[in-house]
Ligand binder design. Structure first.
Ligand code: EPZ
Length: 419
């Protein structure tokens, strides 16, 4: 069991390059399955979820190779339409393969992606949308069997909620369907636009309408293409929080400030000075943050749920009371009990967390309960007196490429030990 040790209280200073976004890389890898040929995904982060996606592609018959940050997928031959339970459970986002497998093979046999630490994560919207495209879906004992009788048929679909995963599945299934699909109330996250960009480079015909709907004209087949994964806006938000709690001065390189438009004002309100260029963001934090105010997480362009936890950690050492209202997931505050071990004062009632900033946190052994909760522990440990030991790193490894190296680069006293 690996452990990260962080000796807190060091002011972070310097530059951190931001990696490619996990939540863009995963659907992009699923999309390569549709391309009858070779695709290259550049700026692909080294993460366990990316490894799991590569394993799924190999199992389906693709040739997959990684050279440094580039993953090459040859999907000329796809010989399997089933994904076994172990791989489906390994990551929740394995469900995004459903639309791709069904479009490529005319059928798909998957199991439910499994329980989730953030509360129930149903896939009813994914399945309802696929049914509208002409997919027959049978669900039995955790298995999902999908068949297409003749071919996928374009349709007018409205999502009851702008689900990111359901939008991705519709895009993947609809780009080679017969006729036109219009997806109303589609998710507007930048990772969706990254996926559209790649699919269009493969020959798809997708465009975003003025009201945010996605308009997809089906084409007979897609070919391989090259793309570059967009910068990870949640990784960026996490390092901004890390700089903020240490009174630091950090420049994030290779990031997109437009994707952080809902996040940067929160840091400014709390007393940080932010300077943003098109691909870099500099943060200069005061000795102690002011309260973060009230933060409500919501679908893009609102404040992202994934950035909630690192900012809760920042609020723990800010002056005054901050309030977080979680608008996406039912159970996103599991990590709060671990923050309490460090001396944080957070009171949770359902989807609301009230954070009373304390003047100092104290090191303690803590365990990650989930990916972003783990990021919150890292941020809090950077602010705490003494050396915090963090376990449960399999969660952090899903979403933070080179975490300890990035922090060390800006002066954090951090090390990872095996055993
Ligand atoms: C994506 O998950 C991200 N994952 C999540 O990132 C992110 O938190 C989430 O979008 C919201 O931004 C990936 O991109 C791989 P949703 P996804 O479908 O697609 C409900 C991280 O930490 N819902 O938009 O699963 C659902 O229960 C992760 O990197 C249904 O009810 O999110 C949830 O409450 C965690 N029925 C809400 O919608 C459905 O069929 C949002 O889910 C689908 C979703």
């Amino acid at each position: 069991m690996d452990t990260i040790y962080i000796r807190g209280g060091r002011r972070l200073e310097g530059e951190i390059p931001i990696h490619g976004a996990k939540n863009s890389a995963l659907p992009l890898l699923a999309a390569t399955l549709l391309a009858r040929g070779v695709s290259e995904i550049h700026n692909c982060p080294h993460l366990s979820d990316v490894e799991a996606s590569m394993s799924i592609l190999r199992l389906l018959g693709c040739r997959v190779e990684r050279q440094e940050n580039t993953v090459t997928v040859d999907a000329s031959v796809v010989c399997c339409d089933s994904i076994p339970d172990e791989l489906m459970r390994e990551m929740r986002s394995s469900i995004v393969f459903l639309g791709a497998v069904v479009a490529r093979c005319g059928q798909a046999n998957l199991t439910y992606p499994g329980g989730c630490e953030l509360g129930p994560r149903p896939i009813d919207l994914h399945l309802a949308a696929l049914r509208r495209l002409g997919v027959t879906v049978e669900e039995e004992y955790g298995h999902i069997r999908c068949r297409v009788e003749r071919c996928l048929q374009g349709a007018d679909i409205t999502l009851a909620f702008p689900s990111v995963g359901a939008t991705e599945n519709v895009l993947l299934a609809a780009c080679t369907a017969q006729g036109v699909t219009v997806l109303h109330n589609a998710a507007r996250e930048p990772e969706i636009d990254d996926l559209c960009l790649f699919l269009n480079a493969c020959g798809a015909k997708i465009r975003r309408l003025a009201d945010g709907a996605l308009h997809i004209v089906g084409v007979p087949r897609l070919h391989g293409a090259i793309c570059r994964v967009m910068p990870d806006r949640i990784e960026a938000a996490t390092y901004l929080a890390a700089a903020a709690v240490t009174g630091g001065a950090v420049t994030l390189r290779d990031c997109n400030r437009l994707h952080l438009a809902a996040i940067l004002p929160v840091f400014e309100e709390s007393g940080c000075h932010i300077e943003a260029a098109s691909d870099a963001i500099c943060i200069q934090a005061p000795t102690r943050l002011r309260r973060l105010g009230t933060i409500r997480t919501m679908p893009y362009p609102g404040f992202p749920t994934d950035a909630g936890a690192p900012l809760v950690a920042a609020a723990c050492v800010a002056q005054g009371t901050s309030v977080f209202v979680e608008g996406i997931f039912e159970n996103r505050y599991k990590y709060v009990d671990e923050l309490a071990r460090l001396g944080a004062s957070v009171c949770v009632d359902g989807r609301v967390a009230v954070v009373e900033g304390v003047s100092a946190l104290q090191a303690a052994p803590v365990t990650c309960t989930d990916l972003r909760g783990g990021a919150a522990l890292v941020v809090a440990a950077l602010a705490a007196h003494g050396e915090t030991a963090i376990t449960g790193l399999q969660h952090l490894d899903r979403g933070y490429d080179g975490l300890t190296d990035c922090l060390r680069k800006v002066g954090a006293l951090v090390r990872r030990e095996n055993g």
